[in-house]
Ligand binder design. Structure first.
Ligand SMILES: O=C(O)CCC(=O)C(=O)O
Ligand SMILES: [Fe+2]
Length: 216
């Protein structure tokens, strides 16, 4: 969509009516299972089931966002500018309006809403732990014609004091060099927050996970 532009990076988010929104049952149920750390991770030659639960028991940094995107205007269709989530895994429950897109091989693809399903986005932490075997999804939201869109995003996080670095399973055990240096989760989150509170003049100065990439 040509109208979207990162200089107009205005997330259209309202929490005003959040208290009165009835959370869909699916989301509520899912929250409960997240709180229990009950996540089955995709594991073709990857991480064992319950990996995340064992890696980090602490659920205190998890949070959920209830999002409302207003309809497109004549000049603005940006809902959320393209980004990768900085956490482990995000679960999105979206209504039937649509607008979430994911970039694959340089192309934007719609994540078409399907009844009673959740969208699962892998975040930067998984990309680092898996030494790039799993990619943090690049996604954005484009506002739609004539309709508001509601979504609920549950951010499954780590405790800030947790250290994040490529796991030996994806490095020495398979003879590969780590592609990232280790860091504390809270330091990365603080830098991402600063991207928002003090946006750098040049887009290339925005901190992404590549900040920790080892370039040989
Ligand atoms: O509203 C959505 O579908 C996605 C929201 C999102 O990407 C985010 O909050 O990070
Ligand atoms: Fe996101």
């Amino acid at each position: 969509m040509s109208m979207i532009s990162s200089s107009q990076a205005v997330p259209v988010v309202s929490i005003q009516n959040a208290a009165t929104w009835a959370l869909p049952l699916t989301v509520t149920k899912f929250l409960a299972s997240c709180a229990a750390g009950d996540i089955i991770f995709p594991t073709p030659n990857g991480l064992p089931p319950n990996f995340l639960k064992e890696y980090n028991h602490d659920r205190s940094w998890d949070f959920m966002a209830a999002l409302l995107y207003f309809p497109v205007t004549e000049t603005e269709n940006n809902g959320i500018t393209e980004h990768e989530d900085g956490n482990c895994v995000t679960f999105v429950f979206q209504d039937q309006v649509g607008g979430l897109q994911v970039r694959k091989n340089g192309e934007w693809n719609p994540v078409t809403p399907a009844q009673d399903t959740l969208v699962v986005n892998l975040g930067d932490v998984i990309q680092v732990l898996s030494n790039n075997k799993f990619k943090s999804a690049t996604h954005r939201v484009v506002r739609q014609q004539g309709k508001s869109r509601y979504s609920y995003a549950f951010f499954y996080n780590l405790h800030g004091d947790k250290r994040v670095e490529p796991l030996s399973k994806f490095t020495e055990e398979i003879g590969e060099e780590p592609k990232y240096r280790g860091f504390l989760y809270k330091d990365y989150q603080a830098m991402r927050m600063r991207n928002k509170t003090h946006p750098p003049a040049k887009p290339e100065d925005v901190i992404h996970i590549t900040h920790y990439a080892i370039t040989s």
